[in-house]
Ligand binder design. Structure first.
Ligand SMILES: *Cc1c(COP(=O)(O)O)cnc(C)c1O
Length: 225
């Protein structure tokens, strides 16, 4: 199926209120154009340099595309924040105090407030990034985040273990959903409204478990090299 058909089918299957972020990493600007023509506006990248280059390529087209919202979904190094701070819609991968501080600082320099999500580690694999829950709770209790004027903390992001065992994945999504609601009720209130979980292999389950935003790449654009 074409990119446009994949997007239409995905949208038809998602409940109202669930945002589809099309993960265009490694795919050329033409793939973004095709998705845009199918009505897609939210796009995800995991490398800042690639996001910047793709955005520039799209701006240089004879008919530049309007209204694209770029999401940083992959691990972000502090020294790369300034590349995307002027335009990024949402940063999903805030996994340290240092990164939160730097995003806020760069946002203030640009005269912006950037929406961010707290990435929480839930998968079994050691390698997955994200806050360890207890360390996140400790940082939030310290209150430093209240003074970070350049960020608006909108929710939680997580990546489940890569496995065929859907019960493991379900358990992890429910854990993330539990943390999300704990923070919403106990700390942030109703502006904390985004639960980013679910990728091509597991998004239907993520939606069942309460995701408000799914990040889907290969099921739209095909396999990556
Ligand atoms: C690549 C990536 C995705 C999309 O993965 P697919 O399996 O291709 O849908 C989602 N989230 C993150 C953080 C990613 O790096």
């Amino acid at each position: 199926m074409s990119i446009a058909e994949n997007i239409k089918q995905l949208r038809d299957g998602l409940p109202e209120g669930v945002t589809l972020v099309a993960v265009s990493k490694t795919h050329p600007p033409e793939a973004v154009v095709e998705a845009w023509e199918a009505g897609q506006r939210d796009f995800g990248e995991n490398r800042p340099q690639e996001m910047v280059a793709k955005r520039a390529a799209l701006a240089a087209l004879p008919e530049p595309l309007d209204g694209i919202r770029w999401h940083q979904i992959g691990h972000l190094q502090s020294n790369k924040v300034r590349l995307i701070a002027p335009f990024v819609e949402m940063i999903h991968s805030v996994d340290s105090a240092r990164l939160a501080r730097e995003i806020s600082r760069q946002a203030v320099l640009c005269g912006r407030v950037i929406d961010v999500l707290l990435e929480i580690r839930v998968a079994r694999e050691e390698s997955k990034s994200g806050w360890v829950w207890s360390e996140l709770v400790e940082w939030l209790s310290g209150g430093e985040w209240l003074g970070l004027e350049g960020i608006r903390i909108r929710g939680v992001m997580g990546i489940a273990t890569f496995t065929d065992d859907l019960e493991v994945v379900r358990g992890e999504f429910l854990q993330l959903a539990g943390w999300f609601s704990e923070l919403r009720v106990g700390v942030f209130g109703s502006q904390f409204d985004t639960l980013s979980m679910g990728m091509s292999g597991d998004f239907p389950l993520a939606v069942e478990c309460g995701a408000t935003l799914v990040r889907v790449g290969s099921a739209i654009f095909g396999f990556r090299n």
